[in-house]
Every structure is written in structure tokens, then in C-alpha cells.
Write a protein that binds this ligand. Structure first.
Ligand SMILES: O=C(O)c1ccccc1NCC(=O)[C@H](O)[C@H](O)COP(=O)(O)O
Length: 206
């Protein structure tokens, strides 16, 4: 079974079209103004709704849902305050959205149900929410199938997959990368994007 490639932090129609043409399975569009990968015009995602993911840092799930509906997103990656997370994720799933739930590599998280988890570096480690370009210790695996993220690019997929804890390997469904695929903050490098997607699709499921 081929593993998935999610290219995250797309900000322009050109970069999104290139990643889609290269065969990216999922395309992430970030709604978080402090990020260099904030997508000012989420309408660019509307040409790719078959694989677009709304990646949003929001205080309330209702706000995220409103943005998702306005643009037609069918998948969301919600970053919600801890107190909102359980109810918010339930609300988004009840609304029929596919939830790719961020799972930072840190202890003590509630095992909320989700369609897929995104195992990424903890903000306590990186100092930022979401994309940081930093890997993590892979010490606290998600409770279900996941995409592995955190400082990945085409060259690092195979060694990182090989270093997964044995219990986590069977749950690996693919990879996500953002900042190490850039030529400048917020813009993707075509060669790096192509190499990442090819490497993900080349790997066999463990
Ligand atoms: O990429 C961002 O700047 C970002 C900002 C706010 C929320 C989420 C964000 N990215 C989410 C992702 O899915 C990243 O691709 C993932 O954490 C890996 O990032 P990177 O280590 O930069 O490859």
C-alpha cells in the first residue's frame, strides 16, 4: 500500500497546482496570520477540494467550521485550545468533516477519536504552533493511524520511518511536510516538493 504525501503551508495557486500535479494526496492551507505560511486567500484551495485540508488555529470550532463551509473544505486540521478540543473535534466530525487531528509528541493527551492523526513536534519543544521544521523524539504515538510530520523532506522520510517505534509502524499512513519544502518563507521549492512526494510514494507500508 502506497503511503500518502501531504504538502502543507501552501499560499499560492501556483504552488498548490504544482503540488497537485506532482501527485500530492493532501494539500494543506494554513489559516493562522502569525505563520509565514498563512494563506491570505483561501479561495486558492477551492480548485483542489478533492484533497484540500483547512489547517486552522482557532479559539472556537464554530469559527473553523464557518470558514470550512465558506470555502467548501471537506477536511480540517484543527488547532483548538485544550478546553475546546474534545467538544470542538466532536462538533467538526458531526458536521461531516474529515478531521486530521494534530497530535504533538508530548505526554498526557486525551485519546480523542479522529479520522487520522498528525504526529508532529510539540509546541513546548518548538515554541510555535504547527510547522517548525523540527523533528521530534517519536516518544508519544497517536492512538490511531497517522501521518508523520516534523522537519521532513524527501531525504529524511526513509530514515525517520525506519526509526519509528515498532508499535507505531503499522499505523503509519504517510507523511506531511511544510517548512523544509520552501524556497522562501511561505513559498514552495518545486524540486523539494517533487522529491518529497516521490519519496513518500516510493516507500512501502511497514
Ligand atoms: O505550517 C505552519 O506554519 C502552521 C501554522 C499553524 C498551524 C499549523 C501549521 N502547520 C501544520 C502542519 O501540518 C505542518 O506541515 C507540520 O506541523 C510539519 O511542519 P514542518 O516541520 O514545518 O514540516
Amino acid at each position: 500500500m502506497s503511503l500518502l504525501a501531504k504538502v502543507c503551508g501552501l499560499t499560492t495557486a501556483e504552488d498548490a497546482a504544482f503540488a497537485a500535479d506532482q501527485g500530492a494526496d493532501l494539500l494543506g492551507f494554513v489559516a493562522h496570520p502569525p505563520s509565514p505560511r498563512h494563506c491570505v486567500d483561501l479561495a486558492v484551495a477551492e480548485a483542489h477540494l478533492d484533497r484540500a485540508v483547512l489547517v486552522s488555529v482557532a479559539e472556537r470550532a464554530e469559527d473553523l467550521l464557518e470558514v470550512a463551509r465558506r470555502h467548501g473544505f471537506r477536511r480540517v486540521q484543527p488547532y483548538l485550545p485544550a478546553a475546546e478540543r474534545e467538544c470542538g473535534v466532536a462538533l467538526l466530525r458531526e458536521a461531516g468533516l474529515f478531521v486530521l487531528l494534530p497530535w504533538p509528541d508530548e505526554p498526557g493527551q486525551a485519546a480523542l477519536p479522529a479520522d487520522l492523526y498528525l504526529w508532529e513536534a510539540s509546541p513546548a519543544q518548538t515554541g510555535v504552533v504547527g510547522g517548525s521544521g523540527q523533528g521530534h523524539g517519536m516518544a508519544f504515538p497517536p492512538p490511531g493511524p497517522f501521518l508523520l510530520a516534523g522537519g521532513l523532506d524527501g531525504a529524511s522520510l526513509a530514515p525517520r520511518a525506519a526509526a519509528l517505534p515498532p508499535s507505531a509502524g503499522p499505523q503509519l499512513r504517510g507523511f506531511d511536510a511544510a517548512s523544509r519544502l520552501e524556497s522562501a518563507p511561505g513559498r514552495k521549492d518545486a524540486a523539494k516538493v517533487g522529491a518529497f512526494i516521490a519519496a513518500a510514494h516510493h516507500l512501502e507500508h511497514p
